[in-house]
Design a binder for this molecule. Structure first.
Ligand SMILES: Nc1ncnc2c1ncn2[C@@H]1O[C@H](COP(=O)(O)OP(=O)(O)OP(=O)(O)O)[C@@H](O)[C@H]1O
Length: 308
């Protein structure tokens, strides 16, 4: 079994004059949560549809679990689960009956089907409410059930297209927690699209950033932060006078200095030990509560990539 779940080579798709995806080349290793991060209309859903063989590429190729998306789409769809724009649930049926139905579609043996339904509904906090019809449920509960549906037949790879879109922050955070646990427990590979940075940061071991159909950057969230950002030192305390700020700005290794409330941020040209700076601040009469070395947030990285 290959260690690569998804590989694409110059995968491209246009719709008339719109280039929805342009020369996407990437490899997603098995067992990770890969986040495809980009603003509205950047080509995320198009990529999932290409990977599932629901759309033909206009150029390039892709393999999913070792199968070619053009010629072996049925094999891919059998071995993967997907949560796309619509949750694919029958509103009049109960949660248990929805999964029962899909379990039969997947031709799961009765015992396996029953135990899997119980396992997933319990892990997603829905077991107690399994007899309620889904039509009366909140969007958050429906999304959790849709995740169960996508994972029902033990697929080694699942696609989640903006799983928390439209949920309130509490329901979104709960779904993220549950996804994180269930994915870790089952060791499943996940290809997740989102425009939510917190989501990408929490769930993903690798992130690809896409804009207007082009992949701009790829890597672990820490790697992206370090690659795209200048190092900085943050100091919490008091006594950050304008004179001190001017003094710091004159240092050759300092590129910028900002103060917000009790927080002084010193942006550096290159990584530097914090000790000489701390000595300098103490000499200048700063009361220091806390010193932190840091890099940009993923949000700053994202905004920088989007601005270029
Ligand atoms: N079937 C289609 N026909 C014509 N244009 C399409 C079609 N599907 C997608 N597009 C266009 O391709 C581009 C990429 O769309 P896509 O849905 O992949 O973006 P997305 O990143 O998933 O966006 P969102 O976050 O809003 O879901 C957009 O400009 C969209 O209008």
């Amino acid at each position: 079994m290959s260690a690569i779940a998804i590989s694409t080579e110059n995968l491209s798709r246009s719709f008339g004059s719109i280039q929805a995806l342009e020369n996407l080349s990437l490899e997603v290793p098995r067992g990770i949560v890969f986040g495809f991060l980009g603003p509205n209309g950047s080509g995320k859903t198009t990529t999932i549809r290409l990977l599932l063989g629901l759309l033909e590429p206009t150029n390039g190729r892709a393999e999913v679990l070792g199968f070619d998306t053009r010629s072996q789409a049925r094999k891919i769809r059998h071995r993967t689960g997907a949560l796309l724009e619509h949750p694919g649930l029958y509103e009049k049926l109960s949660a248990a009956d929805n999964l029962e139905f899909y379990g039969r579609v997947w031709r799961m043996p009765t015992n396996q089907r029953r135990s899997r339904i119980k396992e997933l509904l319990s892990n997603l906090g829905l077991w107690e409410r399994r007899h309620e019809s889904v039509g009366s449920w909140s969007r958050g509960m429906k999304q959790r059930l849709a995740v169960a549906r996508a994972m029902l037949h033990y697929p080694p790879l699942i696609f989640l297209d903006e799983p928390t879109a439209g949920l309130d922050p509490i329901a979104a955070a709960a779904l993220r927690d549950e996804l994180q646990q269930i994915v870790a427990r089952e060791g499943v590979t996940v290809f997740l699209t989102t425009h939510n940075l917190a989501e990408a940061e929490k769930l993903c071991q690798q992130i690809g950033v896409i804009k207007q159909g082009k992949l701009l950057a790829i890597g672990h969230p820490d790697e992206l932060r370090n690659r795209a950002s200048t190092p900085r030192i943050e100091v919490v305390g008091s006594g950050f006078t304008p004179k001190l700020q001017d003094y710091l700005k004159a240092e050759p290794f300092v590129s910028n200095v900002t103060v917000a409330g009790d927080r002084l941020t010193i942006t550096l040209h290159k990584p530097t030990s914090a000790a000489p700076l701390v000595n300098l601040l103490v000499r200048e009469g700063v009361q220091i509560e806390e010193v932190r070395k840091g890099s940009a947030t993923l949000e700053e990285v994202f905004l920088t990539l989007m601005a270029n």
